[in-house]
Design a protein around this ligand. Sequence first.
Ligand SMILES: NC(=O)c1ccc[n+]([C@@H]2O[C@H](COP(=O)([O-])OP(=O)(O)OC[C@H]3O[C@@H](n4cnc5c(N)ncnc54)[C@H](OP(=O)(O)O)[C@@H]3O)[C@@H](O)[C@H]2O)c1
Length: 397
Amino acid sequence: MAALTLHHHSCLHSSTHLSRRLYHPKLSIFPRSLVKNLIFRLNPSESSSFSLSPRGAAVAVRALCTEESREKKMVKGIRVYEHGGPEVLKWEDVEVGEPKDGEIRVKNKAIGLNFIDVYYRKGVYKAASMPFTPGMEAVGEVVAVGPGLTGRQIGDLVAYAGNPMGAYAEEQILPADKVVPVPSSIDPIVAASIMLKGMTAQFLLRRCFKVERGHTILVHAAAGGVGSLLCQWANALGAIVIGTVSTNEKAAQAKEDGCHHVIMYKNEDFVSRVNDITSGTGVDVVYDSVGKDTFKGSLACLKTRGYMVSFGQSSGSPDPIPLSDLAPKSLFLTRPSMMHYNETRDELLECVGEVFANVAAGILKARVNHKYPLSRVADAHADLENRITSGSVVLLP
Ligand SMILES: NC(=O)c1ccc[n+]([C@@H]2O[C@H](COP(=O)([O-])OP(=O)(O)OC[C@H]3O[C@@H](n4cnc5c(N)ncnc54)[C@H](OP(=O)(O)O)[C@@H]3O)[C@@H](O)[C@H]2O)c1
């Protein structure tokens, strides 16, 4: 209130024309409630006998506006102040403002954990600002809508995946055009486990390289969040699916998910196994999210004119290769991102529509194999990075 005290001396006048002066046309931008609050806070006992000149009121009310805007709503969430290990994920009070034009405020019910969150935490990808709240996938209930917004109502159950970052919080502000309604047949936890990973499987199998009956495909980390869905969906499309995994438990899951051949790539040479399985022909496409440890072997697994889809780097970024490495088999190489395949609202709706339809039809089974309280997200990150998890990991606020 220091600024207001200053203006108190220079701008306040004893007057009975309180309301006329405060609601001077030039001051009409200030809400009535704010002006009442101002008078009360300047002098609670005499608020009825004090007034401001229009200019003084403008200055004083602006000061109060600034102060009020600082009094943002606080919720519990995660904040990262420096890049590093899981210990940099701090559980604290975070600000969540009021929704502006085109925005909504959502109270999260379930938050999806994705490997991209690890990249941002470590600084492999850079967040736009520091500190930041991670998280790129959540399902929740709309609790406030921005001025004039139509098409979204308080109480709606919505989901989003991708930008903006900030899902690791009890509540967050989202652009209304980034969320989609969650069908009532799909549980919020299931939706949070399948939105980003399912849309990734959709663009990889249906648009990046279009998998068809008879194709042979190689999926690395076949028991992971994305991997599990890739295998189920590709099998349903009629592909012959080869998957790599690190443990017997993951191998069993990958088989259940429709892998026709499972390779234990920690103990076996996956290139020679793929060569055997395909009788030396190679596969039509490799979906490689592991990166550094598998990239070169993946290229070797491809048939002539095969597609190398390098869509992640769980083991680190792949080493660069000369373009000439693609020449002996006329290979295609792409490094795609889901964000670029869902740039428009129509693309987003079509993509998520196919995912939700496949869940409803039983083609995709969400494997919510791990749930953690959001406050313990550091444990979830450690388990994901240490290859302990399989299927999807969901955080509960
Ligand atoms: N481009 C895109 O738009 C896009 C979108 C979504 C996800 N992604 C990528 O897809 C991948 C999968 O994401 P996800 O969230 O579903 O994770 P995830 O596959 O559930 O977890 C990563 C898995 O990678 C395997 N892995 C192999 N080497 C590893 C290593 N050195 N460190 C850690 N894991 C290793 C592990 O499976 P095994 O134990 O079986 O080896 C591990 O479980 C990530 O690389 C992610 O960046 C890309």
